[in-house]
Design a protein around this ligand. Structure first.
Ligand code: BEZ
Length: 208
């Protein structure tokens, strides 16, 4: 059965490049950006790992812990990290799960046999501090992920949680947000003192 938005992210204990972790304990009160990739010592993955490492201050600033996964060993990961650091001009510090027998990749639906029988595809799980899965994305092996989008969606989720708003198409931080239809005008008055622009009764833009 595939994992759905709102499900509790399944817990696991596994070796990583930072030692063995109990996933829920390691996540603690942070959000988690859990992402899989097909294999160590491959070009697209090298750039993605490098980009994640370069963005460490951005993830930290949002209280997000990155956690990578591939189906190689800790020893292979550690050797590969040296290449990532060298070629992407960074210092990779987040843990990478060594899922040699694909247990976690199977648990999280990261194996897509139509793409590969043996390697994980590029899955993303954004998990909140309550361990709920808030976003999933799946990219094919040949396409590197857009990290601006990963940060944007984390911003949108965190803003939505804080202010009870939704975000329109192509929203970026600072842009107008939407008052969800579940909030009647009578309640919106106290929640959104800046007022709102009512284009339709179901389409109300505001700022927070
Ligand atoms: C890559 O990271 O470049 C890659 C890995 C597996 C299949 C295709 C591309």
């Amino acid at each position: 059965m595939s994992l759905k938005l709102g499900d509790t992210a399944p817990n696991f204990t596994i070796p990583t490049t930072a030692g063995d972790i109990d996933f829920h304990q390691w996540a603690g009160d942070s959000w988690v950006f859990f992402f899989s990739h097909p294999a160590d010592f491959t070009p697209v993955c090298t750039t993605e790992m490098g980009r994640t490492a370069q963005l460490a201050p951005e993830f930290d600033g949002r209280n997000v812990k990155p956690l990578g996964l591939s189906t190689d060993s800790v020893e292979e990961h550690l050797k590969w990290i040296k290449d990532v650091d060298e070629t992407q001009n960074t210092t990779l510090e987040f843990p990478i799960v060594a899922d040699k027998d694909r247990t976690i990749a199977q648990l999280y639906g990261m194996m897509h046999p139509g793409e590969s029988e043996t390697a994980a595809v590029r899955s993303v799980f954004i998990i909140d501090p309550n361990k709920k899965i808030r976003l999933t994305m799946t990219y094919p092996m040949s396409v590197g992920r857009n990290f601006a989008e990963i940060l944007r969606v984390i911003d949108a989720l965190q803003l939505g949680d804080k202010h009870r708003v939704a975000t329109p198409a192509d929203w970026t931080p600072g842009g107008k947000v939407i008052i969800p239809p579940s909030i009647p005008n009578s309640e919106a008055e106290s929640l959104f003192p800046n007022g709102w622009d009512e284009v339709k009764p179901y389409l109300r833009y505001t700022t927070v």
